[in-house]
Design a protein around this ligand. Sequence first.
Ligand SMILES: NC(=O)c1ccc[n+]([C@@H]2O[C@H](COP(=O)([O-])OP(=O)(O)OC[C@H]3O[C@@H](n4cnc5c(N)ncnc54)[C@H](OP(=O)(O)O)[C@@H]3O)[C@@H](O)[C@H]2O)c1
Length: 295
Amino acid sequence: MTEGRPSDIRILVSGGSGRLASVLSLVGGDRVQALSRAELDISDAFAFQAALARLQPDVVINAAAISALEACERAPERAHAVNALAPGHIAHACSEAGTPFIHLSTDYVFGAPTDRPWRETDPVSPVNLYGELKADAERQVLAAGGDICIARVAWLFGDGKDFIAHLLRTQDDVVRVASDQIGSPTPIFPLAERLLSLAEHMAAKETVPRLLHLAGSPAVSRADWVATAFDALRRAGRRAPELVRVPMSDLGSSVIRPHYSALDSSLAAGLFGRELDWRISAMQAATFTDRRLSE
Ligand SMILES: NC(=O)c1ccc[n+]([C@@H]2O[C@H](COP(=O)([O-])OP(=O)(O)OC[C@H]3O[C@@H](n4cnc5c(N)ncnc54)[C@H](OP(=O)(O)O)[C@@H]3O)[C@@H](O)[C@H]2O)c1
């Protein structure tokens, strides 16, 4: 499967003002029509059907979600409508229209104790409401039939709106980061290339996996991920905050996060010919963000 092959397909992306949809627009150019929540509220099933009938896209990508864990806990009914029910409605509408559908899911569908990255074949085990709702959505999308791909992604970075960018933006001298949370940082631009490539293949009626882990590798703790980016900054002669490693329980969050949600993306590595190594992109992303902050 090749990334970024040119074509003239039209891809409808929901959640248009969000992080991933914005990068999909940047990378996909004219191929992508990204609609913001104001333009298309995915919790309104009729509005989605009308948009599908009007725009007749070759592929739909659902990048809309209430992605902040705390926001889900604060407004559980709205989160249920957007994160769990809407993907099912979209999948049904796409299935009826014969339109291929890519749904974005998350590493947070996992959370049970484990000692190896989660595979597509592993049962889900969410530990918070966001993870439960996203797991619910996956079941509904799979049940809807049609030409679907559920792409699980994780810890997106590289757009200047990620966790490391947030730490740099606070301009604190010392930052405290969890050393007991293991995951899969995923460079957002290469991810967008892969999603667009999947869309091309689905539009061409080629078979793709119905469930696919599209995350970076290797698995790493949040603290080691940040340390790698900060070290890269220092090597580039720039200043980086002091990193203090703490357990998640010291960070005072109201929401439980999984200790281990790293995804095994070897199926995708086989399809695309290589892994998404977050270490290469982490250095580029940190220096890019730091340069923008000092402008
Ligand atoms: N970011 C990560 O690290 C990460 C990790 C794992 C999985 N994911 C998944 O990847 C996908 C994209 O995430 P992201 O980081 O791009 O999220 P994001 O930046 O929060 O964007 C989500 C977008 O969805 C929109 N939205 C919310 N409710 C909507 C509705 N009812 N109808 C239409 N749009 C609505 C939001 O609009 P408003 O802002 O106007 O509400 C926002 O623009 C999501 O499925 C997320 O669960 C992300």
